[in-house]
Design a protein around this ligand. Structure first.
Ligand SMILES: [Zn+2]
Ligand SMILES: [Zn+2]
Length: 167
């Protein structure tokens, strides 16, 4: 089991790894492809940067709407689609059948809680090492990898245990 402390510590040190300002990163990614930077795109991007947050388009919409009441859900979908095409965000296929997006661009795995559905990032050098080794042996082209652990998160595990004992 990979402790959550490790995740948050590694996550908070993003700046130390010299990635610069995240908004600067978005502008560069968009400009490179001749795409415009809009305040709405920046707002969506900011929502995606929150640690361990893997929101659905509706969740992003609800938040961005507070700042930009005129924005439509369709626009949010378009922005998220654009972001996943250019690698600014990643489409995820876990946490039920709802589409979720991930703004963490570091190679990482996920831990999905089977009880509350929370999805935590698990950043570990072994994830990257494994992906690299696998790619060396694989004859095709690998564009993404997806590692997922599942079980009960630190909050749900004790409750689950108590309930089990009472039943
Ligand atoms: Zn949980
Ligand atoms: Zn993630």
């Amino acid at each position: 089991m990979i402790p959550n402390k490790e995740t948050s510590r590694r996550r908070s040190s993003r700046k130390e790894r010299g990635e610069g300002s995240p908004k600067g990163g978005l502008a560069a990614s968009l400009h490179l492809r001749g795409m415009r930077v809009t305040p709405q795109k920046l707002a969506v991007f900011t929502v995606l940067q929150r640690a361990n947050y893997h929101p659905t388009p509706d969740m992003v919409f609800a938040e961005v709407r507070r700042q930009y009441p005129m924005i439509s859900l369709g626009t949010v979908y378009q922005i998220l689609d654009q972001f996943s095409r250019i690698g600014v965000a990643r489409k995820m296929f876990s946490g039920g059948n709802r589409q979720r997006f991930d703004g963490n661009r570091q190679p990482h795995a996920h831990f999905v809680c089977e009880h509350c559905g929370r999805i935590d990032d698990v950043e570990h050098h072994l994830v990257q090492a494994f992906a690299r080794r696998f790619a060396q042996k694989f004859k095709g082209t690998i564009r993404h990898h997806y590692f997922e652990f599942s079980g009960l998160c630190a909050r749900c595990a004790p409750r689950h245990w108590v309930r089990k004992r009472l039943e």
